[in-house]
Design a protein around this ligand. Sequence first.
Ligand SMILES: [Zn+2]
Ligand SMILES: [Zn+2]
Length: 157
Amino acid sequence: MSTIEDLAHLDLQPLANIPLKKLRQNATRLHGVCRYNPGVDKKREGLNPTDVKEVAIHPESLNDEWLRYAEFLLFHEFLHALGHSGHNRIFRTLEEQWPDNEAKNMGREFAKHLRKRNAKYAWTCPKCDWKTERTMKSSGRYLCRTCRVKLVDKILA
Ligand SMILES: [Zn+2]
Ligand SMILES: [Zn+2]
């Protein structure tokens, strides 16, 4: 992280004192979070690592195949910890500088992976057999994008 030019002037050492936690294993939408101390105003100027209670990332990202994404998640949350509470342009510019480009794009696949892991139904097109795995039933509310036919729910074992 210290090799990133725009961060080189900052003291990154305090980041090492932030407790690292794991999200609940069954979390699906959240991949990582930077939790500030109670009462901290996130909009305050000069927010810094001592305002942070903890950083948590999804436990599933710690599996070998997702480890590079976990590093990027941690970097993302550390940027929040360094005082950038929102995802504004400055934040995105800093985030862009993470050297592992592939890891930056793993979010989508990871989301898919989590969804699949928790899936109970396969929404299936009876015509072309396209399917997508979900936790909820589609209950006739969705059409196959290609065939415009109602998807049916198949229960996953
Ligand atoms: Zn964020
Ligand atoms: Zn179809």
